[in-house]
Design a protein around this ligand. Structure first.
Ligand SMILES: Cc1ncc(COP(=O)(O)O)c(C=O)c1O
Length: 451
């Protein structure tokens, strides 16, 4: 291993990083997030080295794309084997056939929830998987409407995905008109809910009793899109019974249940797919982020009978590229062989307990939630007021960065640290990161008390 612990040489951003950032700002679209001024040069496992030689522990794992760490040796071996064969050819399955593509799709059929026969459309991003699902849902049902949730992120790069996402006004401002006939309903946010009954029940009563009656006739709704745990919306875990009842509502109205596991899939929550926690069987499941083992690969996996669209109705030239398929098969192999779902569940429980202790000790930590290694830490001005504090989340992220820990923050109010380390992070390394993060929380709390 090249790295064993975070190690800071210069205060980031160092001189080399500053130069690259200045060049970037001139030439690149500045439409990306950019939480931190990190200029990446190298990485391995749960570590990233910046261009000035600082080494960081990665609690973000590349926005949950590096689920088995950076440059996992088995994935590198699989890629090298593939490079020795067909490395750069593209339009499969767009034009032709390949056994490698079939193998990956058969594997996805086998491991995704439900024992029914399935079919798969491959892609390159979560966004295009969402668009594929929307197109297919309209085609198959001959209905035109969609229901999705505020706070959701189903992708921002394509118009379909952007239209069903509901994550921030800044992402849609200036881009209208979006795909029409999408109705957003609130996702249960238990921590901020002050209504008389369970927020999950309230939302579903609202959907059935109000939305279907007033603005979106259920018999015109093609599909409902949902993240089983809303990731970018602030790691919102729905209350017990919510997803089960939602699935039942969809079934009873002939609405396709489209479950977006782009962020929660492949062991992230301690099960292969988060849907398994609630025993729901999606009609369509969206996969992406970690699927390619670090390379961009996505998929929309559906019940076999749904995928009845004709030749030529959905083609993406680069989808199913050989290296991506090899990376995906290898990543799934590593997950299964190393029993990383169980490991993620165990390390995740330890980390969550640790954050819960911090919640007890620091007034700015309002809530801690999540499953497995998808954990959200919500920052507030004080526990009593529950007033959201994006400043605190930003400060914790920046202070941790200075000490060699990478985290991200988002959520509806920009105040939730989203903790998504690689699934194979050791408990020991996780504790190192927790220590750095606790120092950052303590310092942020102190600064706030001084105000
Ligand atoms: C749940 C979910 N779906 C879809 C997407 C979009 O993926 P991409 O950025 O690859 O288009 C994201 C990205 O964060 C996501 O979290």
């Amino acid at each position: 291993m090249k790295y064993s612990l975070p190690a800071m040489r210069v205060r980031p951003p160092g001189p080399r990083a500053k130069k690259v950032i200045a060049r970037d700002e001139r030439i690149l679209s500045q439409s990306n997030w950019r939480y931190l001024p990190l200029v990446i040069k190298d990485g391995e496992g749960s570590f990233i080295e910046d261009i000035d030689g600082n080494v960081y522990l990665d609690f973000n794992s590349g926005a949950a794309t590096q689920s088995v760490g950076i440059d996992h040796p088995e994935i590198l071996r699989a890629l090298k084997r593939q490079i020795a064969g067909l490395a750069t050819y593209q339009p499969i399955p767009g034009y032709f056939y390949s056994e490698l593509v079939v193998r990956l799709c058969e594997k996805l059929e086998q491991i995704t929830p439900g024992h029914h026969q399935k079919k798969v459309v491959l892609g390159l991003s979560g966004s295009d998987a969402t668009d594929a699902a929307m197109k297919l849902a309209r085609w198959h049902t001959k209905r035109r409407r969609f229901i999705s949730f505020t706070g959701s992120n189903h992708g921002l790069a394509t118009y379909g995905a952007l239209s069903v996402s509901g994550y921030g006004a800044g992402m849609v401002r200036g881009f209208s008109p979006l795909v029409p006939e999408v109705t957003h309903i609130p996702f249960p946010y238990q921590y901020r809910w002050e209504g008389p009954k369970d927020m999950g029940d309230w939302v579903l009563d609202y959907l059935e009793g109000h939305v279907f009656r007033t603005i979106a006739p259920a018999d015109e709704v093609a599909g409902l899109l949902v993240e089983p745990i809303q990731g970018d919306g602030g790691v919102l875990v729905p209350p017990r019974g919510f997803l089960e009842r939602l699935a039942e509502i969809c079934r009873s109205h002939g609405i396709l249940l489209i479950v977006d596991e782009v962020q929660t899939g492949f062991g992230r929550t301690g099960r292969m797919f988060a849907s398994e926690h609630w025993g729901i069987e999606p009609d369509m499941i969206l996969l992406g982020k970690p699927l390619g083992g670090g390379l961009p690969v996505s998929a929309c996996v559906t019940k076999s009978e749904l995928m009845d669209w004709p030749h030529g109705s959905h083609v993406l030239t680069g989808a199913g590229y050989a290296l991506g398929c090899a990376g995906a098969l290898s990543m799934i192999n590593v997950l299964e062989n190393q029993k990383l779902c169980v490991h993620a569940s165990q390390v995740g429980s330890m980390m969550k307990r640790s954050y819960e202790r911090m919640q007890h000790e620091y007034d700015i930590v309002g809530d801690v939630r999540g499953m497995g290694l998808l954990i959200g830490v919500e920052f507030v001005r004080s526990k009593r007021s529950k007033e959201s504090s994006a400043d605190a989340a930003k400060s914790v992220c920046e202070l941790a960065f200075q000490q060699g820990l990478l985290t991200a923050y988002d959520g509806l109010y920009g105040n939730v640290s989203r903790i998504t380390p690689a699934l194979n992070i050791s408990a020991k390394l996780a504790r190192v990161g927790l220590g750095i993060m606790e120092d950052a929380i303590a310092e942020t709390q102190k600064a706030q008390n001084r105000l």
